[in-house]
Design a protein around this ligand. Sequence first.
Ligand code: HEC
Ligand code: HEC
Ligand code: HEC
Length: 390
Amino acid sequence: MRCFILAALLIATPAFAANEAGKYQSVLGDCEGCHGRNLAGGVALATPFGKLVTPNITPDVATGIGTWSQEDFRKAMKQGMGKGGKPLYPAMPYVNYALMPDADVAALWTYIRTVKPVRNSVDVNQLKFPFNLRFLMRGWNLLFFKPAPFANDASKNAAWNRGEYLVEGPAHCGACHSPRNFFGADKGGLSGASLQGWWAPDLTGDGRAGLGAWSNDELVQYLQTGRNAHSLASGPMAEAVENSTSRMTDSDLNAIAVYLKDLPPGPGNGGGATGAEAQMQAGARIYQVSCAACHGGDGKGSAIFPPLAGNPIVTQSSPETLARVVLAGAKGAATVKSPTGPAMPSFAWRWNDEQVAAVLTYIRNNWRNVAPAVSADTVTKIRTSLHSAS
Ligand code: HEC
Ligand code: HEC
Ligand code: HEC
C-alpha cells in the first residue's frame, strides 16, 4: 500500500519524468550492455589489445562514481576524460557519445545518480603492454577523436536526421559495424567488421551482403524482436537487441531504419565461388544430412528456423559469424515481443574443417546466394579462436 502511494507520488512529480528521460538515454546508449544490469561493472571486454573490465558507475562512494560531479560525468561521456583528467580507452564509446546534447547527458546523470549504489571494486586496465599505458590515449585522441556537435543535414527529413544521430551517436552501431584501422579507430561507413570471433555484417544498401533487400518495416521488426523474414540476431547483436533496440520507441526505430535504408551500397562481398564444384557437391550432401531438417531443402527456413536463402548473414565477405554458428551453435535473442530464442546445435564434433568449409561454401552459393568460397584454413582459424576464447 505504502509503495503504491509512493509510486503514485513519484509519477506525479517532474523529477520522475526527468528520471524516465534519463533512463531512456541509458537504453539508447546501452550502458547496461557493458557496465552490467546493475551498472556495477565487472564485465570483461576482449579487445585486440587485451582485456578491459568495465568500471562500476553506480553512485557508490568507495568503488563507483559517487564522488563525481555532473561536470566530471559530462567530460567522461563527451571528451573521454575520467575524473582528474584521466584519459579513457575508446572501448567506452565516448567517440559516439560526444554527439549527445548536454541536456541529454544531464538527464542521464540524473538517472545514474538514482541507481542503487553497489560496492564492487574493479581492476579495469588489464591490457597488454604497451596498450596498458593510459597516457598513450592522449595521442590516440589527437589522431582519431575530433569531437563536434551533431549537425542536421537540411536536405534530409527529421526522421533521417534522428536516425543518423542515433546510429552515429548514442546507439553506437558503428562501434561494431564499422571497419577499424590498425589502431582500432573507426574508418567510417557501416560495411561490416570483425569483433571477438563474430562478424558484424554490412548495414549498407548493398543488395547481397547489406540491407538492400530489406524493407523499412522488416528492419524495425529485426531491431524490435531480434528477427524477421531474412535473418535472426545472435551473439553480440542478440545482446544489443535485448538491452537496447527492443526497448527503443517505435519512432526511434523507424528513424534508424529510414537512415540505414538510405545508405548507398558499400564495397560488397567480393563475388561468387568460381571453380569450387567439388566443394559445392560435398557441401550439398552435408547440408541434406545435417541442416535441411531445420532450414529446409529450399533454404527458406520456417516460423522457428531462420532462412539461409537470401539471408545477408550468409553472404557476408567474411564467413566468421557463419563458421562460428555452425561450429559452436547459437541462441537467438529473447525479447518482450518474441520471448523465447530458438537454438542452433553445434556441429564442431561432427564435421572437420574441410567439411564445414564445404557446407558453408554451399549455402553461400546455393538458391540465389552469391559469395566467395570458404577455405578449410579459415575454418581452422575460427575453430582455434573459439577454443582459446572459452
Ligand atoms: C561498449 C562498452 C561500453 C558501453 C556501451 C558503455 N561503456 Fe562506459 N566504459 C566502458 C569501459 C571499457 C570503460 C573504462 C574505460 C577506461 O577506464 O579507460 C568505461 C568507463 C566509463 C566511465 C568512467 C568511469 C571511471 O571510473 O573512470 C563512465 C562514467 C561511463 N563509462 C559511463 C557510461 C554510461 C553512462 C554509458 C551508457 C550511456 C556507458 N558508459 C556505456 C565501456 C562501455
Ligand atoms: C556489440 C556489437 C554490436 C552493436 C553495438 C550493434 N551490432 Fe548489429 N550486429 C552485430 C553482430 C555481431 C551481428 C551479426 C548477428 C548474427 O550473426 O546473428 C549484427 C547484426 C545486425 C543486423 C542484421 C544484419 C543481417 O544482415 O542480418 C542489423 C540490421 C544490425 N545488426 C543493426 C544494428 C544497429 C542498427 C545497431 C545500432 C542500434 C547495431 N546493429 C549495433 C553486432 C553489433
Ligand atoms: C535442430 C535445428 C537446426 C539444425 C539441424 C541446423 N540449424 Fe542452423 N539454426 C537453427 C536455429 C534455431 C538458428 C537460430 C539461432 C541463432 O542464429 O541464434 C539457426 C541459425 C543458423 C544460422 C545463422 C542465421 C542467422 O540469421 O543468424 C546459420 C548460418 C545456420 N543456422 C546454418 C546451419 C547449417 C549450415 C546447418 C547444418 C550444418 C544448420 N544450420 C543446422 C536451427 C538448426
